[in-house]
Design a protein. Structure first.
Length: 254
């Protein structure tokens, strides 16, 4: 930064899944750009590390409907408004159509889909009372192309992609000045991806295959995804809604 007020000065943002990975990178970037930032996660020890960066820290299970209302109301009470929501919280459980259990499928959809739905609904409830806002939902390349070993994850991220478009159309046609867009990372160097690699039978081989999946020959960095989120959250994308932004090193261009 050049010492100026920042490109998000005067904005109030809520970021879920903020304790690690992409969510944590977004908190740091938004804070640096002048936003008031509320950070939520189930990982309370990880959240504690954000003190001094996040202005408000709240424990949250995004699958809990009642908690969503409490969190959004707490943000408005603290900041006076809500301009930006980043739905970054998510889980990934491996399992193909034969091995994935119904419980695993439902757990994945509860966090990734229902959590995103609830967040959008609650944010729109308060944003439409002011001068609008921007909602950025974290989908994935797995919401656009399939992966044989990630049935529940693919289903959830595909749902996030179309949920975003539906809500974007609704808000535009209702005249709310609320924009919704989705970001689609490929494999990034996050704790979630690292856990998947570590849990595999041959971690080094899996890591190499994930790097080769991108034509650029590497995995992404959380900060690179956060930059894409920032663009869609900011007024710099004021004529962009219902869009999907790939951050995948060219993976889906093939």
């Amino acid at each position: 930064m050049d010492g100026g007020p920042g490109r998000l000065a005067g904005k109030a943002a809520l970021i879920t899944g903020a304790a690690s990975g992409i969510g944590r990178a977004a908190v740091a970037l938004f804070h640096a750009e002048g936003a008031k930032v509320a950070a939520t996660d189930r990982n309370e020890s990880g959240l504690a590390e954000l003190k001094g960066v996040a202005d408000l820290i709240l424990a949250q299970d995004v699958a809990d409907e009642a908690r969503w209302r409490e969190v959004v109301d707490a943000v408005v009470a603290a900041f006076g408004r809500l301009d930006i929501l980043v739905n970054s919280a998510g889980i990934a459980l491996k399992g193909n159509i034969e091995t994935a259990t119904l419980d695993e499928f439902r757990r994945t959809e509860a966090v990734n889909v229902e959590g995103t739905f609830l967040g959008c609904r609650e944010a729109i409830r308060v944003m439409k009372r002011t001068d609008g806002g921007s909602i950025v939902n974290l989908s994935s390349v797995a919401g656009v192309i399939g992966d044989a070993q990630s049935t529940a994850y693919c289903a959830s991220k595909g749902a996030v992609r179309l949920l975003t478009k539906s809500a974007a159309l609704h808000c535009a046609r209702a005249g709310y000045n609320i924009r919704l867009n989705s970001v689609h990372p490929s494999f990034a160097e996050t704790p979630m991806v690292e856990a998947l690699i570590a849990g595999s039978k041959n971690p080094e081989r899996v890591r190499e295959s994930l790097m080769r999946a991108s034509p650029m020959g590497r995995m992404g960095r959380p900060e690179e995804v956060a930059n894409a989120i920032f663009y869609l959250a900011s007024d710099e994308s004021s004529f962009t809604t219902g869009a999907e932004l790939m951050v995948d090193g060219g993976l889906t261009a093939q």
